[in-house]
Design a protein around this ligand. Structure first.
Ligand SMILES: Nc1nc2c(c(=O)[nH]1)N[C@H]1C(S)=C(S)[C@@H](COP(=O)(O)OP(=O)(O)OC[C@H]3O[C@@H](n4cnc5c(N)ncnc54)[C@H](O)[C@@H]3O)O[C@H]1N2
Ligand code: MOO
Ligand SMILES: [Mg+2]
Length: 607
């Protein structure tokens, strides 16, 4: 993606007068940065719903060659909504297709979309796009049209090489070779799975052996480094503390002077430069915690162990040291927390708040971190509809996509969403190719079991020459979990074919996808913490698979307690709502017998 400059203009009387916070503007900024990491947001402003003010700002940004201007607000029917009129005065050529795309997609969400009057158009090398004022509406509309933006910018800026690249990609898509997967001989389908059954640990090992996508790194300011994985060993650029410092509020003294009276020579607060004139016999310097120790002093006596002997106008002139001090008492020596040039953080550590604090303390303003692999997701199934769409008989709402995207987000991974794909080999092939063009990793859900409409494995093998490393795992839920690798446009790609059942998809994402992403990101910790746990069962399990029971784990009276979170059928996603652990029940348990097993902690222990 080539770089471009962007501006975000919030049009709102109430945001302009600071009566309301500009949430839409801020969220749009995030969405643009996330969608186009190479673009620079160079302009941001809030103007009132005033036609001339909008025109002035748009003209100013256009004259400064801002490639993409998105406005939010003022596109509706109320008397002060004038953003479309102002935009129309500025643009030279209208781009009605963008506005149309937003309205037609938005109508699937709400009939109110027909009240949008958004205008989109071009002036010079700038594209101006009006978005609604509501945060949800603005983000939704942006998501509907963001795909066309890079090509539109390449065209208006006359970037011939980018335009050619885009055209080639489109032509390639148009020269689509149909899937090789045959659908006409259902009677001949295998009656037994062609895939060997692996135990979970074996499958994890097979998967990790394939974890060799080249990892790239980037420099980020430490303010933006939270949750990233360090790609360098960090050396302290300074001693901490950088000078001998007091641990207490009190007096710097010479220990050899013992107890008894001291004349106050001067005062040192935290932040004052250390004095160079050595402290003389019988003298003390009054100081605060963190203040530098004056020359000649070798101990600090806390204020609680002293008494005032002489004072003048509220000033301490002479004090008494009640107890003889010990040399070095209450002094933090230079470099005692961290010595200069020593390693303070190790490559592979995931940065949390304390890491960022250490980076700040040792004088690092940027760090090198690993880039996480890029992930794209599709869900498959003819029965699936978007959660906001109306259902016809036989249809269900797609819950897997949003669950998995957000599950990955909980573990700090972003995931590009490629929508729902029908159970049809050509559609699956085409969408997989699109995902693999822009991502290192593909996650699919559904279509991996024994059904005649379960095409994922076959498309991967027949159309992409994938190697299936495992296509069945001995676990409940998650039996048909599939992991494959393939070469696409010369690059190695990883594919996780997760089962369609909602719990199975989430549990296998936790047990396979997240550990693999952590390894690919070079994180030193990739496994979830486990707690050894004794388990029993009251009834003979008819299913011989080891089971990952979704549990609420807590700590009561010195014991770990794991409570199954309701019904455990693979379709009941509520078993994961509030669950913080997966309790492993070994296969073929005899009722009432105790087994030493484990709980995998997927979030914090509840106490
Ligand atoms: N003959 C056999 N049938 C099945 C076997 C088997 O070994 N032999 N395995 C069962 C197991 S275990 C699982 S798990 C499921 C997995 O099936 P698929 O991965 O092929 O998934 P689908 O058939 O497409 O869907 C299964 C189920 O999940 C619902 N689903 C799918 N996608 C979504 C979504 N995005 N959001 C919400 N719900 C979704 C779908 O409607 C089905 O009810 O296969 C068993 N069958
Ligand atoms: O293994 Mo499936 O995931 O039982 O539901
Ligand atoms: Mg199926």
């Amino acid at each position: 993606m080539t770089s471009a400059s962007c501006g975000i203009l919030t049009v709102s009387d109430s945001c302009f007068s600071k009566e309301k916070e500009d949430v839409a503007g801020k969220e749009l900024e995030k969405a643009v940065t996330e969608a186009f990491p190479d673009y620079r947001i160079v302009f941001k402003a809030i103007v009132p719903d005033d036609r001339q003010e909008i025109i002035n700002m748009l003209n100013k940004w256009v004259s400064e060659q801002c490639n993409l201007v998105v406005t939010t607000g003022g596109t509706g029917f109320s008397p002060r909504d004038v953003t479309p009129e102002a935009t129309r005065s500025v643009i030279e050529r209208e781009a009605p297709g963008i506005a149309y795309a937003m309205i037609s997609k938005s109508l699937q969400v709400t009939p109110m979309a027909m009240l949008s009057r958004a205008v989109c158009g071009i002036k010079d090398k700038s594209i101006i796009i009006n978005l609604p004022g509501s945060t949800k509406g603005a983000l939704e509309c942006f998501s509907f049209i963001r795909g066309c933006i890079p090509h539109a910018i390449a065209l208006v800026t006359d970037n011939k090489s980018a335009v050619m690249k885009d055209h080639k990609a489109v032509q390639k898509q148009e020269q689509f070779e149909p899937s090789k997967v045959a659908t006409d001989n259902v009677a001949e389908r295998p009656r037994e799975s062609a895939y060997a059954m692996f135990e979970v640990d074996e499958a994890v090992d097979l998967m990790l052996e394939q974890g060799s996508i080249p990892a790239s790194t980037e420099q980020v300011p430490i303010e933006k480094a939270l949750h990233r994985v360090l790609a360098e060993d960090v050396l302290s650029l300074d001693d901490i503390p950088p000078f001998d410092a007091s641990i207490k509020d009190g007096y710097a003294v010479r220990a050899a002077d013992g107890d008894g009276p001291r004349k106050i020579r001067s005062i040192l607060a935290a932040g004052d430069a250390p004095t160079s004139m050595p402290l003389q016999k019988g003298e003390a310097v009054r100081l605060g915690t963190g203040a530098p120790i004056p020359a000649g002093a070798d101990a600090v006596v806390q204020v609680e162990d002293t008494k005032v002997l002489v004072q003048e106008g509220g000033e301490e002139i002479e004090i008494n040291i009640n107890k003889a001090p010990v040399k070095g008492q209450d002094i933090r020596r230079i470099g005692c927390d961290v010595a200069k040039n020593t390693v303070v953080l190790l490559r592979g550590e995931r940065l949390k708040s304390a890491h960022i604090g250490v980076l700040a303390a040792v004088g690092k303003s940027t760090v090198t971190v690993y880039k996480a692999p890029s992930v794209g997701i599709i869900t498959t199934g003819n029965e699936l509809k978007e959660h906001y769409e109306e259902l016809k008989p036989g249809q269900i709402r797609d819950s897997n996509r949003l669950t998995l995207i957000n599950l990955l987000k909980e573990y700090h991974y972003l995931c590009n969403d490629y929508g729902i794909v029908r159970d049809e080999p050509n559609s699956i092939k085409r969408t997989i190719a699109t995902v693999l063009t822009g991502n290192d990793i593909l996650i699919t859900t559904g279509g991996v079991s024994m059904g005649e409409f379960d095409f994922i494995k076959r498309v991967l093998i027949e159309d992409f020459k994938a190697t299936i490393h495992f296509g069945r795992v001995n676990m409940k839920p998650g039996k048909p979990t599939t992991f494959a690798t393939l070469i696409f446009n010369g690059a190695k790609k990883l594919v996780f074919g997760l089962p369609g059942n909602p719990v199975s998809a989430s549990v296998t994402c936790l047990l396979f996808v997240i550990p693999m992403l952590r390894c690919l990101e070079h994180a030193s910790v990739w496994q979830f913490p486990t707690i050894p746990h004794v388990v029993t069962t009251s009834k003979q399990n008819s299913d011989p698979r080891p089971e990952y029971v979704r549990v609420i784990v807590s700590y009561h009276d010195g014991k770990i307690v794991a409570k199954p979170n309701g019904g455990q059928i693979s379709s009941r996603l509520n078993s994961l709502v509030g669950a913080n652990g997966l309790m492993l029940l070994p296969k073929s348990m005899t009722p009432s017998k105790e087994y030493l097993s484990k709980i995998i902690l997927i979030s914090d222990l509840q106490t």
